[in-house]
Write a protein that binds this ligand. Structure first.
Ligand code: SF4
Ligand code: SF4
Length: 242
């Protein structure tokens, strides 16, 4: 056999032996990892100077949202607290009054706490929230030195008042004069399922805004307070046009 052919055959057999060693033995498979990665460009994240962007649906810490005029979206219903599998949310609701209105609903969250010692950032609470008052941000930098500092209260969670809005409380008189539909107007109900396909809910009639947020005049705060139910009856008697 010619020496060149012997040399080539030797290289082929050696290459096969090395391949079988790296492919089929535990030691070889372990050694193949550094062999593969030593020729790739290292990926070193310069954190915290250059934090990497997170995925669009990343679940970071929570925030409590407001409407454009500054009213709070949270109506103190406690659905988020009941949905939480870790029992991490505490909500204490209270009634809005004619002179101190925090949210468009009957009630608002007087106290709202999230215990990040317990929270697993699963997002079930924001799914349960009927008004989108509670959402999650992309912020994951909220570690603390003590367990007490990981309990965030309403002042920590609520967003700043948007430009042009006012901090709560408002008066009913101010709120009703604005004539806003705080429930979103068109898509009051979520998309419904028909024959296996999602279809957008039908637009709500325009008069619904008047039903939800009556435009009738309320007494000024210096006047004697009236029962809101009585005012609602008067508005309905006028077809919600006042
Ligand atoms: S993200 Fe999950 S664990 Fe955290 S408060 Fe919401 S429901 Fe509870
Ligand atoms: S955040 Fe949403 S679900 Fe929780 S109490 Fe407020 S309105 Fe209800």
């Amino acid at each position: 056999m010619p020496p060149v052919l012997v040399t080539i055959l030797s290289f082929v057999v050696l290459a096969l032996l090395v391949w079988a060693f790296l492919r089929y033995t535990i030691l070889g498979r372990g050694m193949s990892v550094p062999l593969r990665t030593m020729f790739t460009t290292p990926e070193t994240a310069q954190y915290p100077e250059q934090p990497r962007p997170v995925a669009p649906r990343f679940h970071g810490r929570h925030q409590l949202n407001r409407y454009a005029d500054g009213l709070e979206k949270c109506i103190g219903c406690e659905l988020c607290a009941w949905a939480c599998p870790a029992d991490a949310i505490y909500v204490q609701g209270a009634d809005n009054t004619l002179t101190e209105r925090y949210s468009p609903g009957e009630r608002f969250a007087e106290d709202y706490q999230i215990n990040y010692n317990r929270c697993i950032l699963c997002g079930l609470c924001i799914e349960a929230c009927p008004t989108r008052a509670l959402t999650m941000t992309h912020d994951y930098e909220f570690s603390a030195d003590s367990r007490r500092d990981l309990i965030w209260d309403k002042a920590d969670l609520i967003v700043d008042v948007p430009p042009g809005g006012e901090d709560t409380p408002h008066t009913d008189h101010e709120v009703r004069r604005r004539g806003l539909n705080y429930y979103g107007g068109l898509a009051v109900t979520p998309p419904t399922l028909h024959g296996g396909r999602f279809e957008q809910a039908a637009p709500a009639p325009a008069s619904r805004a008047a039903q939800v947020v009556p435009t009738g005049e309320l007494p000024h705060t210096s006047e004697e307070a009236r029962d809101p139910a009585e005012i609602g009856d008067e508005n309905r008697a006028h077809g919600g046009k006042r």
